[in-house]
Design a binder for this molecule. Structure first.
Ligand code: GLV
Ligand code: MN
Ligand code: MN
Length: 416
């Protein structure tokens, strides 16, 4: 590799066709009808996706390590040793996922590496490309689990013991797919972290911006409620004598949405999973288990919404004569990214001739965990129609290309 860190680097651009080819190849692993992907964390499909990405990492000359929670880091040597400048994201998906969420950031990182390899450029600091285990939290809670363990925010043993929606534990599944690595977690040495990601919301697309300089991530509150009532005959039981778990679940779901609607602004509320038992047309449900996802950029407001939701849940459960319990599946406060990195992303995008807008992230990201241990930031590109966690998720190739070029030059600045 060459030893001049700056010669010709200003004009360097990634190869969009190569990036698109890798997105196609990874998108074929766990492909589902409609153009989407199902690669839930630590499944056989996840293993196949991991194997493919690691194969590319090795072809590109990266030194690959796998840690005890299955995070994968590929490092490219710099002129100096020391903590790398890291690009990363995740390759697990929700069950009905698109091809870009997470995958784009990882594959754009590899494209940056290949671009530098081809140009014979060695950066001063090492560069790394990482993908973190179970970012989605769709199978195991909490989301961002791998990056949280990576930064020491969750004990490894606790994460390994986590049981997912299908009754299997993280530890068992990691072993089953052969990704229980040897590298330690909890004290990473990273100079800076940059995550390129699709926006997954409508702002850039609606307002016609190419690049988002992400200022932070909103707070996330996930709660699972269990309601226990009494099953009885749907036709014979008078309304006043019911202890209907299904009704109470729906009332809480409705109330959460009403709180969000009445607050407006950044408050969102979602009941995305609900299970009724025995789940029959003519039987009053004796059991309801459901989740509430609340998010806000303002921690004080988020706490107030949680308080109001729990107060209502207690009242409606008492009125219906059912018992109610809950557990927290995930709780992360809002995170502000490092102003230096946010400014750098914005300035780099402008220098490359792109329109750029600052915005918060509505989705959770590994970058919010890395922000605990190093300066971190994110680059967004538009999501057509703001659609994500849906097989129709789409970002046009020119936008992917522009985002990857912003990543390239942001990493170059941080690494030199
Ligand atoms: C995870 O990616 C989430 O924001 O739900
Ligand atoms: Mn993601
Ligand atoms: Mn996602």
């Amino acid at each position: 590799m060459g030893d001049n860190v700056d010669a010709g680097a200003q004009d360097l651009r990634i190869n969009a066709d190569r990036l698109a080819a890798r997105l196609d190849a990874l998108g074929a692993v766990g492909a589902i009808p409609g153009g989407g992907v199902c690669r839930l964390a630590l499944t056989a499909e996840d293993r196949a996706g991991r194997d493919r990405v690691i194969g590319w990492m090795r072809e590109l000359g990266l030194a690959v390590t796998i840690d005890a929670i299955g995070n994968v880091v590929g490092v490219r040597r710099g002129l100096e040793s020391g903590p790398p400048v890291m690009a990363g994201s995740h390759i697990d998906t929700v069950r009905t996922g698109g091809r870009y969420d997470g995958n784009f950031g990882v594959l754009a990182g590899l494209e940056v590496i290949q671009t530098l390899n081809d140009a014979n450029i060695t950066t001063r600091r090492p560069l790394a490309v990482a993908f973190f285990t179970n970012e989605e939290g769709a199978r195991f809670n909490p989301d961002m689990m791998g990056s949280l363990v990576y930064v020491g925010g969750l004990p490894l043993e606790e994460a390994l013991a986590t049981v997912g929606i299908d009754g299997e534990s993280v530890g068992d599944c990691l072993k089953k797919i052969g990704y229980n690595g040897a590298a330690p977690c909890g004290n990473p040495q990273v100079h800076a972290y940059v995550e390129l990601h699709i926006e997954q919301g409508p702002v850039l697309d609606l307002e016609g911006f190419t690049i988002g300089a992400v200022e932070g991530v909103q707070g996330i509150s996930w709660t699972e409620f269990t309601v226990l009532g009494v099953s009885n005959h749907a036709g014979t039981t008078p309304m006043r004598l019911r202890h209907d778990a299904g009704y109470v679940a729906c009332a809480i779901a409705h109330h959460a949405r009403e709180i969000a609607r009445s607050l407006g602004g950044d408050q969102v509320a979602t009941v995305g999973a609900i299970t009724l038992s025995p789940n029959l047309v003519n039987v009053i449900a004796n059991r309801a288990v459901f989740t509430v996802d609340l998010r806000n950029t303002d921690e004080a407001v988020l706490q107030d919404v949680e308080r109001r939701m729990h107060a209502f849940a207690g009242e409606i459960a008492a009125a219906e004569g059912v018992t109610l319990s809950h557990r927290t599946l995930a709780r992360f406060e809002p995170v502000a990214f490092d102003p230096h990195v946010v400014n750098l992303v914005e300035a780099t995008a402008r220098r490359l001739g792109h329109s750029v807008r600052r915005l918060p992230s509505g989705a959770g990201h590994d970058a919010q965990m890395l922000a605990r241990v190093c300066p971190a930031g994110m680059i967004f590109v538009p999501s057509v129609g703001g659609i994500s966690h849906n097989v129709k998720e789409f970002t046009a190739l020119p936008d992917l290309e522009d985002g990857a070029n912003v990543l390239l030059h942001t990493l170059l600045t941080l690494a030199n």
